[in-house]
Design a protein around this ligand. Structure first.
Ligand SMILES: Cc1cc2nc3c(=O)[nH]c(=O)nc-3n(C[C@H](O)[C@H](O)[C@H](O)COP(=O)(O)O)c2cc1C
Length: 373
């Protein structure tokens, strides 16, 4: 049962607008460049179409290779405040690396965005993986304790937003005189956890309203949904589960297949993919390396230097390739296994999203998966 963002049975977000390359490992000339005016244009189109939220990527460095995906990126809090002031109803997530930002800072910044937007802010917590990004901040992320640290951080953040004044003597934080004022407009802005491993799922069960996770196959996501429900029940929670999907939608399936073949096969940025795998591999936790869950197996597989179809599609991003009718059928399958929604990715959001909105959204409404706005 979806908790946030209204009544639609299947909800949509737009993921990765703030970063060059978005979420696609491609050197195609048409790729997303993260020009500010284009970001604003997409945000306004999504807002008017009733898309539920915008979700940025927290990034400090690119992946190198031909296209240096993410080499150019806008900071997520300041971007959310700006886009919030230019839109009417869409939810605005920020993405925070907990190792870089104090809970007191984030409580205040989220509250600021929540007031600017009259209650549309949300927090995506990420615990981090790429050591090269954290070196520039003088911070080391320990893969075996990152989620334990994140949980302590979350509990401090949550108490601040309840209006408590307190000291904290925890395992990772010693903080005195914690307080924040004002409080957000929403009683509790939604907390998302973007994570994939078994550790990440355990964290999400205790700290999130939404688990935003990778999708490698329908079976793996079904397993994640069931596992997450059981884990969360132990903490009296029931987070919604969202996946990430790469939208490759054209009038015919053949056209869609040709398009993805071009940008994710012929123009796949293999060097950037190899760098991602190396960096991700050195920050796997012990339990992920030993893991037996489907999620941990998928994380381990994603760092192996094996050939994969559509190398330009990010590991953990599920490509939906076909006509508008094909895509609605895929979303229907996801809804049926308990997925609350998907964060959407396009090679070029401004060029491709209008067609998706025009053709897929009315079909989703006719299929009973979304309501007309
Ligand atoms: C859907 C998804 C989105 C993510 N977004 C970000 C992000 O914006 N910035 C980032 O540094 N990490 C991001 N991460 C990775 C997290 O930092 C995560 O903590 C890291 O991958 C290690 O944990 P895991 O193995 O549980 O995923 C994302 C992960 C997933 C699955």
């Amino acid at each position: 049962m979806a908790i946030y963002f209204g009544e639609n049975r299947f909800k949509f977000g737009v993921f990765g607008l703030n970063c060059a390359g978005g979420m696609t490992l491609s050197s195609a000339a048409e790729r997303w460049r993260a020009e500010w005016d284009d970001i604003v244009a997409v945000a306004k189109i999504a807002d008017q179409a009733g898309i539920e939220f915008l979700l940025p990527i927290a990034k400090w460095k690119g992946l190198g290779g031909d296209a240096d995906m993410w080499g150019r990126s806008f900071e997520t809090f300041t971007q959310a405040a700006a886009l919030g002031a230019m839109t009417q109803r869409i939810g605005l997530f920020v993405t925070a690396h907990v190792s870089l930002l104090t809970a007191a800072f984030v409580a205040k910044a989220i509250t600021t965005i929540d007031h600017v937007t009259h209650g549309r802010a949300g927090l995506n917590i990420v615990c981090g993986w790429n050591p090269d990004e954290f070196d520039m901040h003088g911070v080391t992320v320990d893969p075996d304790t990152r989620y334990a640290r994140g949980l302590e951080w979350y509990k401090i953040y949550q108490r601040l937003l309840k209006g408590e004044s307190f000291d904290c003597y925890g395992e990772y934080y010693t903080l005195r005189g914690l307080v924040t004022d004002p409080l957000p407009v929403q009683r509790a802005p939604p907390v998302m956890s973007a994570a994939q491993s078994g550790d990440g799922q355990t964290f999400a069960a205790q700290a999130s309203d939404i688990l935003f996770t990778s999708m490698h196959s329908v079976d793996q996501v079904r397993d994640t949904v069931l596992r997450q429900r059981a884990l969360s029940a132990r903490y009296n929670r029931s987070p919604d589960i969202y996946v990430q999907t790469q939208i490759v939608c054209k009038p015919s399936r053949k056209e869609a297949e040709d398009w993805i073949h071009y940008y994710a096969e012929e123009k796949a940025d293999q060097e950037a993919l190899a760098y991602f795998r190396r960096q991700k591999a050195v920050t796997l936790s012990k339990s992920t390396r030993e893991g037996t869950s489907e999620a941990d197996k998928a994380v381990l597989a994603s760092v192996q230097p094996t050939e994969r179809k559509y190398a330009g599609i990010f590991p953990g991003m599920y490509p939906l390739v076909g006509s508008p009718d094909d895509l609605v059928e895929e979303f229907r399958k996801l809804e049926a296994i308990g997925v609350a929604g998907s964060a959407l990715v396009f090679l070029n959001y401004l060029q491709e999203m209008p067609y998706f909105l025009q053709e897929v959204i009315p079909r989703m409404e006719r299929a009973g998966l979304r309501r007309p706005i």
